[in-house]
Design a protein around this ligand. Structure first.
Ligand code: SF4
Length: 65
């Protein structure tokens, strides 16, 4: 299970980064990036990921199998 950001939807508010810095970073323009080593392998990470999905104003973040 992993996190994916749809680059076509992301408009770079960096809200995901501010809310869940353990899961996301951002590029030089403030566009969200999923950190390389993130795997949603426990309940705490899954809950954090769900909050980020809900908080993204562009519906750009997905949790995929
Ligand atoms: S909150 Fe959504 S739109 Fe904003 S940087 Fe993160 S993925 Fe992109």
């Amino acid at each position: 299970v992993k996190l994916v950001i749809d680059d076509d939807r992301c408009t770079g508010h960096a809200r995901c980064v501010v809310l869940q810095p353990s899961l996301f970073t951002d590029d030089e323009r403030g566009y969200g990036l999923v950190k390389d080593d993130v795997s949603l392998d426990d309940d705490a990470k899954m809950e954090a990921a769900g909050k980020a999905v809900a908080a993204c104003p562009e519906q750009a973040i997905s949790i995929v199998e």
